[in-house]
Design a protein. Sequence first.
Length: 204
Amino acid sequence: MKYSSSLLEDAVLSLNALPSIGKKTALRLVLHLLKDDSGKVEDIVRSLKDLKQNLKTCSSCFNFSDNVICDICLSPERVKSTICVVESVRDVMAIEDTDQYSGLYHVLGGVISPLNGIGQEQLNIQALLSRISIDQIDEVILALSPTVDGDTTSYYISKNLEAMNVKISTIARGVSFGGELEYADEITLGRSILARTPYSINVD
């Protein structure tokens, strides 16, 4: 694709670097923004700068937050005795969209993946174990994607929870094998949470 302006090309390439944005889509977005005179470009730049400079990570659950502790952890309406363990913030958003879960979360920041050089030390697993031992947690829901790495992580966490007096459950396998929670439809994901089953450490 040839450009008549290096400025235009730079803008297109910048958007093209984002996930799922091809060059044609990037060009279409840039041309749309150029024609807009409502201040939308300035608003986008301002919001992204504010996001980059001020977005925090909740010191308790590791969800994104405007403050040191996120609104979910602070909410008096949440069930404080239940923690749903997820891989990423996107999974929190997916589960919240189902309106079927009212407990707390814990974002691991990934899953154990030896092939990718990711061990338990790189994840927020120790922080999870500390929360469970300090707070009055009755149930831990392992809501990790049913992949080999996800199952490995669930197994590792469950082994470390054996000595604690806590119920361990896992979401029902309504989410397709190898799929990620964020891509599951809300009804399927919501039902899989409601139909969660006790986690068995002797997984076949």
